[in-house]
Write a protein that binds this ligand. Structure first.
Ligand SMILES: [Zn+2]
Length: 283
């Protein structure tokens, strides 16, 4: 116990010394606030989180710990790797957008029925924010010394984020080895994208949807998963009006649903982003 406490103090001391020498500043674009980018980034992360549930169910992946945490990790690493080696300021802006969504949810005053309680299957909004901030930082701590600074990720957690990132990327590599499509092997089954007619096809909702459709990102996510894994059956990725800003994967129907209302919700929260970013810079 005593040795562990000494090590912790020593490790913290070393990290603080390293941080004081750090000169790495965030690229300005990484902290810019762009409503369209925020909506697109979070729509994509939502889909990839649900795709995590889809893979867990369809490939019968073993899950240790909470499935919701595993889905966030699968969503993050899939998004991260989909950018290849293009780790420019725009890439980090996208990653910060998905972490900051959870910080905005954390700070939002919610009605009781939207509140996330400690007994819920999902982590608390604040935990999901710090988990994502840790994975971003842990992907390259030497180059991303500015991430703990702009996210407020405490040094006690930051110290081990490289190990967390490595665990998550090793987990995905295992899934790909066990369930990935072999070179030359035919695509077994596909994920078909269906756009239901929106119930509120007017104003910003219609515009957001049109932007997302035109980007082709949703079709790209469905195609990538169909081609990367040996799926056991054909599945559906459906965009629909649900009456709430929700998203889910239904094992019974083999259907992943992203509600149009969730896009509108992202846009509403995006209006708070400049204030959040400004407040963090002044901290
Ligand atoms: Zn989930």
């Amino acid at each position: 116990m005593r040795r562990a406490a000494m090590c912790t103090l020593l490790c913290l001391g070393l990290l603080v010394a390293a941080a004081s020498m750090a000169s790495e500043e965030p690229p300005p674009e990484a902290l810019s606030s762009d409503s369209g980018r925020f909506v697109a980034a979070n729509a994509e992360f939502t889909l990839l989180h649900e795709m995590g549930h889809l893979l867990i169910a369809e490939l019968q992946l073993p899950v240790l710990g909470r499935e919701e945490d595993a889905a966030d990790q699968l969503g993050f690493i899939s998004l991260f790797l989909s950018y290849g080696h293009q780790h420019n300021a725009g890439f980090y802006a996208t990653l910060l957008d998905i972490a900051d969504y959870w910080r905005l949810e954390w700070q939002r005053v919610k009605p009781d029925y939207e509140e996330v309680y400690p007994w819920a299957s999902h982590g608390l909004d604040a935990q999901r924010f710090y988990n994502l901030a840790c994975l971003i930082y842990g992907s390259n701590p030497d180059q991303l010394e500015w991430v703990p600074k702009v996210t407020g990720l405490p040094v006690e957690r930051a110290l081990y984020c490289d190990q967390e990132y490595t665990q998550v990327s090793k987990a995905l590599a295992w899934v790909e080895r066990q369930h990935g499509r072999r070179p030359g092997q035919a695509v077994s089954h596909r994920i078909r994208v269906i756009y239901d007619p929106p119930a509120l096809h007017q104003g910003q909702d219609g515009y957001l949807l049109e932007q997302l459709r035109r980007s082709g990102r949703i079709e790209a996510i469905a195609a990538r998963a169909s081609e990367a894994y040996r799926l056991p059956r054909d599945l559906v990725l459906r965009l629909s009006s649900c009456g709430a800003p929700d998203a889910w994967y239904s094992r019974t129907g083999g259907e992943l649903v992203l509600c149009y209302e969730r896009l509108a919700h992202f846009q509403t929260l995006a209006a708070q982003l400049p204030h959040l970013r400004q407040a963090n810079l002044l901290r």
